[in-house]
Each structure stands twice: as structure tokens, then as C-alpha cells.
Design a protein. Structure first.
Length: 509
């Protein structure tokens, strides 16, 4: 029979496939034979594996067997059966013999049954392996249990698809609300402090001596330091004075006081002078560009400080006009000895604050007892309380005050300033400052200077009035009223005309 070419190719392929199958079967048989010979002829070298696998099920699940292994490891051979029963606390001799038989079969121990049953040899290496695997198995069980609990807790705490989508939407809305507009960015840029207003940080080690001892790695410290004031009457062992630079009896106080290190202060002043010179040079060069118009406009809106020495209770508020912002630090009657006179609650309520403002804000400083009274006064004067500013007080060493002079039950380390709004004020800048001021205390009733910058950024270039102020309170764009001011100084022509027409050159007492 003659095969055609296509039939010949098919027959050749079938024959080749059969040959390959035969070769594969032969190789498989050879591998099986090699495995059988290797397993039976080398069982002494591989004794650990089958022993471990079998004991994992027959021994390690038994708590008594672990105790038996521990005794066999600790005791010296020969070990009698009675000793094993006593050490293992195993009353059933049959169970103990069963365990010993298993260990003997696995060649972990060697038994002598000539006279009485004794363990004459122990393979410590195999016992250690068994005890280690027992502990690993127990730890694995605990780990699996913990992982199962963690997975369940994870699944319970995992937000659903609806919750995730809602959270994502909320974050997008919050991002849009927090995104500053072009107008807000311009306001922030215009109200940014110039580079001469640099704040230099105080060193946490206080003095240079302590700084060198505790700050060895950082080398020379660039921060401000303090210097201890040790007088003839000072007892350094008593420690620091609680009131530091606000102490009323510093000339006799036996505690330690401080002042800023003169060398650091001179270096700080030199740095400020260099920065001021650099800013002046840049400003003079910038006068050639169009931005100088905005700078001139800002300067034109600044009016020098003004003040009137008077008894506010008797002043005719009609002569001073209207103001955009009012700030008051009233002499509250807090039932304490104070270096100034106080006003009664009724006198506060009768003040004609409503005459000096139609639309705007009021900032009212209150003490602990006067918080509720201050809120009542805002309502009487026609204001709605919209915010609170908290002044967190620090001492000379820039640490929180813990021994304040005010407070009936607790020492006061803060003060509140109530913020009220009246009418429909427009043209104010929102969201530029926060409601917390951290600042050092100074003289009695001396409020932090940071409040003036905060109010100026809120309402830049407008007329502002401060009630119950002193000489240190006078500021640009502010008219200050109080009975501790040096006479009368006015800049606004309309206020000057009304005042002198009403009072002449006399003080309004």
C-alpha cells in the first residue's frame, strides 16, 4: 500500500507521539524506584521529619505530654516511672506508659525494662524541637484568633459605599469653602506685616549657662536668653519668683528675678536695624512702579494717635461722632484692691455707648465675675454677641501663668474679650485672625498689643474708639478716652471743632 503524502505525515506524527508516551512512562517508573530506595535506605537521616509530623497529631495535642517532655529534659537519667508520675502529676499509669511508648517508637527516649521501667537515655535535641513546635503551634492559634478578630473589627468599621461617597462630597465642599478668592488673597497680601516686624524666639533653657549645658549638640544658640538678677537680699535656693517682672516688691523679694541678656538684646537690635535698612532700600526702589500708589494710599489712611483726658461718665458722646470699632476695658468692681477706681454695674449700664456707633463691632474685655454682666451690657447697648477672644497669659519666661493674681477659686491664667456686632456692618475682612492670643502679661490691666493689629486687619483705615484707655493704649486711627491720659490731643477736624465748641480748652470733668 502506497500512502499519499498527507497520510504519511499523519502516521509519522502518531508514531512519534507513542514514542514520547513510552519514554515518559519509563522516566516516571525510574523516579518512583529512586524515591522508594531513598526513603527506605536513608530513614535514619530523615527520622526528624516523620517523627515531627506524627507527633504533631499524637503528642502535641496532649497537654500532659508537654509536661512529660519538660520533665525528661530537666531530669538526669536514669529516670524511674514513679518519678515521672510524681513530676508529671499523672495518676493514670496506662496513659503515661502510652506516651513513653510513643516516644520510644520515635527514638526520642530509650527504655530499660530489665528489672523496673526506667528511661535510660534522652535525645535532648529532639525534645527541644518538640517543645519548640508545641509553643509555635499555640502562638499560631492565638495569632489566627487575633487576626480573625481584627478582620471582623475592620469589616465592621469599614464605611459603606454611601458613607464613603458622602465623606468625599463633604471634603470637596469644605475645600471649596476654604479656597480663598482673589479679593481675599489681595487683602491678605496688603495687610501682611513688613519684614521689620520679626519675632525672635526665646530659648527654652532660659539662661545661656543652662543652654550650653543642655544644648551641646546644636552649638551656639541664636535665640534670646535671660540673665538672673541676684541682689544682696536674694536667696537663690528659693527658686524663681512667681510674678517675675510683675512683682510689686522686687526691691525686697527674696526670690530670683530675670531680665533679657544685654548681649542678646544688642544683637537682636542690630538685626532689626539691618532688616529695616533693607526694607527701606527696597521700598525706595519700588516707588518707581505703580504699586507705590497703594502704599501711599495706605499711609494716607493712618491718622496719628488721639486722646482725651476725661471722666467717661460725664463726657457728651455727641462731640466725638461715630466709630466703626469700639474697644473697652471697663474698671469692673471685682471686689479686690486695685490701683485705680472702679465703676458700679449701674454706672456701666447707663453709659451712652449707643450714641457713638450705628453699624460696627465692639470688643469688651471682661473678668471672671463680669462675664455674664458683660453679655448683659452688650444687650443693653444694642449689640449681639458673636464671638469671644481668649487671651492666654504667659510670664516673662514665656511660660503659662499658674499663679495669677485674680480668681476666687482657681488662679486665672486667661482673660476673655466679648465681641459684639451692631446693625449691618459692611467692608470688614473676615477670617484673617483666630480667636486666641498668647501673650506676656505686663502692668496691671495692660491688655496685649496684638489686639490692635487684629482689629486693624478686621477694619483697616477706619475710625476706632477705645474707652478707659491709658497712655500706652494710644494707637494710629484710634481715639482714646480715659482719666489717666495727658490732656487732649485731636487730629480729626470735625471732632476737634465739636469738642472745642462744647468744652473750649477745659477738660470735660
Amino acid at each position: 500500500m502506497v500512502l499519499e503524502p498527507s497520510s504519511f505525515d499523519a502516521w509519522h506524527a502518531i508514531k512519534s507521539n507513542r514514542h514520547n508516551m513510552t519514554m515518559l512512562k519509563q522516566r516516571l517508573e525510574r523516579r518512583r524506584e529512586q524515591f522508594r530506595v531513598h526513603y527506605e535506605g536513608d530513614c535514619t537521616e530523615k527520622a526528624d521529619e516523620p517523627m515531627t509530623e506524627s507527633l504533631n497529631h499524637s503528642l502535641l495535642d496532649d497537654g500532659g505530654t508537654k509536661c512529660l517532655l519538660s520533665v525528661l529534659e530537666a531530669e538526669t537519667t536514669p529516670i524511674s516511672l514513679s518519678t515521672l508520675k510524681e513530676k508529671c502529676d499523672e495518676p493514670e499509669e496506662e496513659k503515661l506508659l502510652n506516651s513513653l511508648e510513643k516516644l520510644t517508637y520515635q527514638k526520642v527516649i530509650t527504655l530499660n525494662t530489665t528489672h523496673s521501667l526506667q528511661v535510660v537515655a534522652v535525645e535532648n535535641k529532639k525534645i527541644n524541637s518538640l517543645l519548640g513546635r508545641f509553643d509555635k503551634k499555640r502562638k499560631r492559634r492565638k495569632l489566627n484568633t487575633a487576626l480573625t478578630a481584627d478582620c471582623a473589627e475592620f469589616l465592621l468599621n469599614k464605611p459603606s459605599a454611601i458613607q464613603s461617597e458622602s465623606k468625599k462630597l463633604g471634603e470637596e465642599i469644605q475645600a471649596l469653602l476654604n479656597h480663598k478668592s482673589a479679593r481675599e488673597k489681595t487683602i491678605i497680601e496688603n495687610l501682611k506685616s513688613n519684614k521689620t516686624a520679626q519675632v525672635r524666639e526665646f530659648c527654652e533653657w532660659v539662661t545661656k549657662h543652662e543652654c550650653k549645658r543642655g544644648n551641646v549638640k546644636n552649638g551656639s544658640c541664636k535665640k534670646l536668653h535671660f540673665r538672673k538678677l541676684i541682689y544682696a537680699h536674694t536667696d537663690a535656693q528659693l527658686g524663681d519668683c512667681s510674678f517675675l517682672n510683675t512683682c510689686f516688691h522686687m526691691e525686697t523679694c527674696k526670690y530670683v528675678h530675670y531680665e533679657i541678656d544685654e548681649e542678646d538684646q544688642r544683637a537682636h537690635m542690630r538685626m532689626r536695624q539691618r532688616q529695616a535698612a533693607s526694607v527701606r532700600a527696597k521700598n525706595s526702589a519700588a516707588m518707581l512702579v505703580s504699586d507705590s500708589k497703594n502704599l501711599a494710599m495706605t499711609k494716607a489712611n493712618l491718622t496719628p494717635p488721639q486722646w482725651i483726658q476725661c471722666d467717661i461718665r460725664k463726657l457728651d458722646f455727641d462731640v466725638i461722632g461715630k466709630f466703626t470699632v469700639i474697644m473697652a476695658d471697663p474698671p469692673w468692681d471685682i471686689h479686690m484692691e486695685l490701683p485705680y477706681g472702679t465703676m458700679t454695674d449701674d454706672e456701666m449700664k447707663k453709659m451712652g455707648i449707643e450714641k457713638v456707633q450705628d453699624d460696627g463691632f465692639i470688643f469688651l474685655w471682661v473678668t471672671g465675675r463680669a462675664v455674664e454682666l458683660g453679655r448683659e451690657l452688650l444687650r443693653i447697648w444694642g449689640y449681639e454677641r458673636v464671638d469671644d477672644i481668649i487671651w492666654v497669659k504667659t510670664n516673662q519666661l514665656q511660660r503659662l501663668i499658674r499663679t495669677g493674681r485674680t480668681g476666687h477659686w482657681l488662679n486665672h491664667g486667661k482673660e476673655h474679650c466679648l465681641v459684639g456686632v451692631k446693625g449691618n456692618p459692611v467692608g470688614f475682612n473676615r477670617g484673617l485672625d483666630c480667636d486666641i492670643i498668647v501673650s506676656e502679661v505686663r502692668d496691671t490691666s495692660h491688655k496685649p498689643d496684638e489686639i490692635y493689629g487684629m482689629i486693624e486687619r478686621l477694619s483697616p483705615g477706619t475710625r476706632k474708639l477705645e474707652l478707659f484707655g491709658r497712655e500706652h493704649n494710644t494707637q494710629n486711627n484710634w481715639l482714646t478716652l480715659g482719666n489717666q491720659l495727658p490732656g487732649v490731643h485731636l487730629e480729626w477736624e470735625d471732632v476737634k471743632t465739636k469738642y472745642f465748641n462744647r468744652y473750649g480748652m477745659a477738660l470735660p470733668f
